[in-house]
Design a protein. Sequence first.
Length: 261
Amino acid sequence: MEVIITKNKQEAENVTARIIEAQLLKKKDSLLGLATGRTMENVYRQLIQLHKENNLDFSSSSTVNLDEYVGLSGEHCQSYRYYMNDKLFNHVNIKPENTKLPDGMAADIPLECQKYEDFIKNYGGIDLQLLGIGTDGHIGFNEPGSSLASRTRIKTLTRETVEQNGPIFGDNDQVPRHALTMGGGTIMDAHKVILLATGSSKAQIIADAVEGPITAWVTASILQMHPSATIVVDEEAATELKNYDYYKWAYDNKPDWQQLY
Ligand code: F6R
């Protein structure tokens, strides 16, 4: 695991956007795994800027998102399809047909989940998976106790997640209770993963995920087993890390022959 600690939130978002840019420059037809949530909003703004100002090209790339609420159509302003169109896809030159999210309106949910897994596998896997983290340690909607080997499936959201997302919906009762989400096994199969966390509310869970035991009760801890995982945190999200000095030292002493990101 590589832990990159940046001096502030903006720099953490910038580093994350640059890693995605580097992936697209290396492989134009990358399959990018994407996440939603407040943490990602500025990352997508930066990608739009890189597209407009540096001609960052999305035309050959494809995307799969981690998750989608069950029961919300893509037109619903709180659906993750709506979020992705609004925050990224409508502003870059990606082909709409190359952007995929699990269909939360599917009549046959197990079939929809299997088709999602098959699509990723047939593509050759996810080249770079972007992740946020919930305050309960979830990645995607893999709530505490989720099997670390799970694949795309339906999950019941925890009360904590419903409450975390309540303000976005206006009221907790409006938050769907179920989502379709890639599983821990799906995420672990990605060739590279990058997790971004900013702000003091994520400090304890970042320490648990990065330095605590690998456990289904902190699903992000599974990334300790990933051969190529980068954790990008700002100073506020890094305050509980015991090995803080080493991460800084390792980044400052990164060999020149290694790419910056
Ligand atoms: C959403 C997702 C979630 C979020 C997490 C953090 O697609 O994968 O795991 O990344 O809930 O959300 P924010 O960024 O709003 O704190």
